[in-house]
Design a protein around this ligand. Structure first.
Ligand code: ZN
Length: 174
């Protein structure tokens, strides 16, 4: 069972060969750079061991960056369960979306609280609708970005999936 440093070493050693391999298939520098960046970010902060992220200290750069996974992921997934499959990658993406929904909800709620002054005036239904509408707007903007930059988006997704795949494989082999 490799430690996180070993995972990072393995993935970063393979980064350049994978980038060259990717360029061979799709010779576009910006697309490959985006894929590599997402691969690196996924390796460092978004990997399958997010299921035990709460065991590492929160007051650090990594701690703050992994806050969505600490709140919306780690408490719900057991170590090396679903998290260590390629479906785990999707569950982490959903966890991040849920986290931002919660943040947005709290933002609107505190805004209502400040402007109305009393909790008794708080309309939770209204705040939920407002949050859902705003989230929908963000998701739609994101979706239109994805469809206009298809190659970049696919490359980003492949980067994240390969990073996770290598993590899962090295967990099984080493
Ligand atoms: Zn692992």
């Amino acid at each position: 069972m490799p430690k996180s440093k070993v995972h990072i070493k393995i993935n970063f050693t393979l980064l350049i060969p994978l980038a060259i391999f990717g360029y061979f298939f799709y010779p576009n520098v910006s697309t490959i750079i985006i894929g590599c960046t997402c691969y690196a970010v996924a390796t460092r902060w978004f990997n399958p061991d997010a299921d035990i992220i709460n065991q590492s200290k929160i007051l650090s750069f990594k701690g703050i960056l992994t806050l969505p996974l600490r709140i919306c992921y780690a408490p719900f997934f057991k170590h090396r369960g679903v998290s260590h499959t390629l479906f785990g990658t999707v569950t982490r993406m959903i966890a991040v979306i849920i986290f931002f929904y919660i943040v947005l909800f709290l933002y609107f709620m505190s805004w209502k609280f400040i402007t109305s002054g009393f909790f008794s005036n708080l309309d939770f239904m209204q705040v939920s609708v407002q949050t859902t509408e705003t989230s929908k707007y963000f998701l739609e903007s994101f979706a239109s970005f994805v469809t206009t930059h298809k190659a970049w988006s696919i490359s980003a997704l492949i980067g994240v999936f390969i990073a996770d795949l290598l993590h899962i494989l090295s967990d099984r082999i080493l």
